[in-house]
Design a binder for this molecule. Structure first.
Ligand SMILES: C[S@@+](CC[C@H](N)C(=O)[O-])C[C@H]1O[C@@H](n2cnc3c(N)ncnc32)[C@H](O)[C@@H]1O
Length: 278
């Protein structure tokens, strides 16, 4: 049975794991795999210590009363969860509003920063859409910066190799143009085309470290990442993101990130999209 007692930790019992599975399933539809049990135990140990909760039952009650706490658990359990073209509304806005707006300017420059890029699906999707939507793409100066603190996730991102199941939801025209198939052992995989790989620069960055922003960005995608930070740190990061955006640049965040609570430097456009307005 799990209990937090100083630095001692025990196993997450079957019934406790099932409670967490059910709570996560009911609120998000995500099925927690048995393989996530070990990392959940580490997470619970730290989190219960932070919350000063002495036993699993107290933590369970907290989860039932506090949806943010539940979301935090879901994110911890799916820490590197990401997918290609994740969040339709964001990609629709990027495709139909942001890129056409930039295409009207004479500079032909695009700067995007994917913060918390995990295994790379997000920055590659953005590069893919830019390739398809921007006119005279070869004349553009494009830089997609993708950062994460997780070096394992970054190493997958840099290889650009994914199981076929990761891309099955993409339209066939995307698959044919931007991926080549690859067999690893008995499993089918795909590899991102070199054109997209060359567009994305991955680097390790811990948002809690003392970082310097890349040059002014047209858009920053920081989705499902702010949840890991306490409120003062979120406020600080959102302010730093405003500094890192060009005037009028866009910030895309996770569904539950209420940027307006932390900063008045952004105009809310709906669907977790914000525009720098100062
Ligand atoms: C759920 S994933 C986000 C995936 C992607 N942004 C998307 O929406 O498709 C969250 C990412 O935040 C990263 N992360 C968590 N804490 C971080 C930190 N302190 N600095 C940098 N990245 C962090 C994790 O490593 C993880 O890859």
């Amino acid at each position: 049975m799990f209990s937090y007692d100083g630095m001692r930790q025990h196993v997450l019992a079957d019934d406790e794991f099932e409670v967490l599975q059910q709570l996560v399933l009911d609120s998000s539809g995500i099925v927690l795999a048995e393989s996530s049990r070990r990392s959940l135990l580490d997470y619970l140990s730290t989190r219960m210590y932070q919350l000063q909760l002495g036993c699993f039952q107290a933590y369970r009650e907290r989860l039932q009363q506090d949806s943010t706490e539940l979301l935090r658990l879901i994110n911890a359990a799916t820490q590197s969860y990401t997918t290609f073209c994740h969040d339709k509304q964001h990609f629709n806005f990027f495709t139909n509003t942001l890129l056409p707006e930039l295409a009207k300017k004479p500079e032909q420059e695009l700067r995007i920063w994917s913060v918390g890029c995990s295994t790379g699906e997000e920055p590659f999707s953005l590069a893919m859409v830019a390739q398809e939507v921007l006119p005279n793409i070869d004349e553009w100066d494009i830089a997609v910066t993708a950062t994460d603190h997780d070096s394992e996730a970054l190493s997958t991102a840099m290889k650009g190799i994914y199981p076929l199941s990761q891309v099955r939801h993409l339209p066939a025209r995307h698959l044919l143009r931007w991926f080549r198939s690859l067999r690893i052992g008995s499993e089918e995989h795909v590899q991102i085309s070199p054109v997209l790989q060359q567009m994305v620069a991955f680097r390790r960055l811990n948002l809690l470290s003392d970082w310097t922003a890349p040059e002014p960005q047209d858009a920053i995608f920081c989705r499902d990442t702010l949840i890991y930070f306490d409120m003062p740190k979120r406020a600080y990061l959102i302010d730093r993101f405003a500094d890192s955006l060009a005037p009028g640049g866009y910030l895309f965040v996770g569904e539950s990130d209420r940027v307006e609570v932390y900063s008045d430097r952004f105009e809310a456009l709906g669907n977790a999209i914000f525009r720098r307005c100062d």
